[in-house]
Design a protein around this ligand. Structure first.
Ligand code: GAP
Length: 462
């Protein structure tokens, strides 16, 4: 293992281990050995995840007069996935090691030996490159050099919902992306909401992909959540709106506390035939910069395809110009899990406090899973516990979530709260009983100060 690999694994392992130890993320079905590519969010994880989704919804819906929300179903008419091109084109290049029978993505294996390849290449194209480099490629699992030919493997996940045939010959798909639910509701939304172009439709929801090698924690899962916004406009406005959306998404990520140095734009080299332009925002993951979210200009492809597919014109009537046309679409599409992972990496901090090493999660207070923790200095003094409970109840009415913690000594409680990124700890001690002040400790600096209980809420700047 070279030093870059060991550094990569080191940071990755620290995050995975903290995520489990502190109730952020668990591997699905862990007690049965784990279920690949699927994760469960624990008590801390669910709070962080909700905060990230809320920030996205606020930026993409509440702060925008021109965008509305939607929650479409996971299951849809299977024809939708044919018309969108997914049943044929939504695939990754798969190669199998004939010795250990592990399967890999051929483009990823090629990338690892410095050969540029792309999942969008045809089976022929990628086989040609694979053959040219066969001599250099070793199985990442067993190290042998005996691979099958590359085959395109479709990523749609099938179910038997409503399919009562004996051989499952009429499969229904779990959605591979949430935006198809937006396109097929375009007509419903203009008819019911009377929106004028340009306007957007946003939704957050689960998506499923039969990823060949789910890897790197939440980065590539088989079940994950997407946050997608599709923006509809006149064709001539597409590139102007596209630039605005790119800028908007970039700023939204900075507002979450991600540093500029850890983000960059990456232009797609191989555009799909209908796309006008496509950029990804990449984050500096432990293995290098990789896709966090995408901003794509999709032209009129999606509405044109669905117009053909369903036989109804999915167009827009511009009353002022007395004109009908199919709007063009730009999209912002990001994964909740990838953003969650990036935010964990960004927040992870090691320092020394009072001579001890400590780990703390430097989340912005707005997205921290717990906003404040309240402690009685001693657990076995009923008068301290009663007063601490009173303070806890008072804060809880204004700020959520707040926790009450009397486990272990105060040092241990601080460490625990630091590791989940709680911005403030409030301690009730014997002085509190005399003067109604408490100790307020700041997560990042460890500094403590006496604060009057009646001023506490305004001091917890969240
Ligand atoms: N509607 C466009 C679309 O789905 P995509 O690049 O395939 O585009 C968009 O996916 C985003 O969804 C990605 O930028 C990533 O954040 C997230 N994503 C895609 N596949 C994922 C996976 N297997 N696991 C976790 N997140 C994924």
């Amino acid at each position: 293992m070279n030093s870059k690999d060991s550094k990569t694994n080191d940071k990755l392992e620290k995050i995975v281990s903290l995520a489990k130890r502190r109730g952020f993320v668990y591997q699905s079905s862990e007690i049965y050995g784990g279920f690949a590519g699927v994760y469960d969010f624990g008590p801390m994880g669910v709070e962080l995840e909700r905060n990230l989704k809320e920030q996205w919804w606020r930026k993409m819906v509440y702060e925008r007069e021109d965008i509305v929300g939607l929650d479409s179903a996971i299951f849809m008419d299977p024809k939708i996935w044919e018309v969108s091109g997914h049943t044929k084109g939504f695939s990754d290049p798969l190669v199998e090691c004939k010795e250990c029978h592990k399967r890999f993505r051929a483009d990823k294996i090629l990338e690892e030996i410095g050969v540029s390849a792309d999942e969008k290449m045809s089976e022929e194209e990628i086989n040609k490159i694979f053959e040219e480099n066969r001599g250099k490629i070793k199985c990442p699992e067993c190290g042998k050099q005996n691979f099958t030919k590359v085959k395109k493997f479709n990523l749609l996940v099938k179910s038997n919902l409503g399919d009562f045939t004996s051989d499952n010959s009429e499969p229904v798909y779990l959605r591979g992306e949430t935006c198809q639910g937006i396109y097929v509701n375009f007509k419903n939304i203009i008819d019911s909401m009377h929106l004028k172009l340009p306007f957007g439709i946003a939704q957050i929801g689960k998506a499923f992909r039969n990823e060949i090698s789910p890897r790197q924690f939440l980065f590539r899962g088989r079940e994950f959540e997407q946050m997608e916004m599709q923006y509809f406009m006149r064709p001539e406005d597409e590139m102007k709106e596209y630039e605005k959306l790119r800028e908007y998404r970039w700023r939204a990520l900075l507002e979450l506390g991600i540093s500029k140095e850890n983000l960059r734009w990456k232009r797609h080299e191989n555009l799909v035939f209908y796309a006008k332009e496509a950029y990804d925002i990449e984050y500096s993951f432990p293995w290098g910069f990789d896709e966090l979210e995408g901003v794509h200009a999709r032209g009129d492809y999606d509405l044109t395809q669905h117009s053909k597919g369903c036989g109804k014109q999915l167009d827009y009537y511009d009353q002022e110009k007395n004109e009908r046309f199919i709007p063009h679409i730009i999209e912002s599409s990001g994964g909740v899990g990838r953003l969650f992972f990036a935010i964990m990496l960004e927040a992870y901090t090691e320092d020394e406090m009072s001579g001890d090493k400590r780990v703390f999660m430097k989340f912005k207070p707005e997205i921290a899973p717990v906003k404040a923790a309240v402690f009685p200095l001693l657990k076995n003094k009923p008068e301290l516990v009663a007063k601490a409970r009173e303070v806890y109840e008072m804060i809880k009415k204004e700020i959520q979530p707040v926790v009450f913690d009397d486990n272990g000594n105060i040092g241990k409680r601080y460490r625990r709260q630091d590791e989940i990124g709680t911005p403030y700890c409030v301690t009730v001690d014997f002085d509190t009983l005399e003067d109604n002040t408490v100790t307020l400790r700041d997560r990042d600096t460890g500094e403590q100060e006496r604060v009057k209980i009646k001023e506490l809420i305004s001091r917890l700047k969240i």
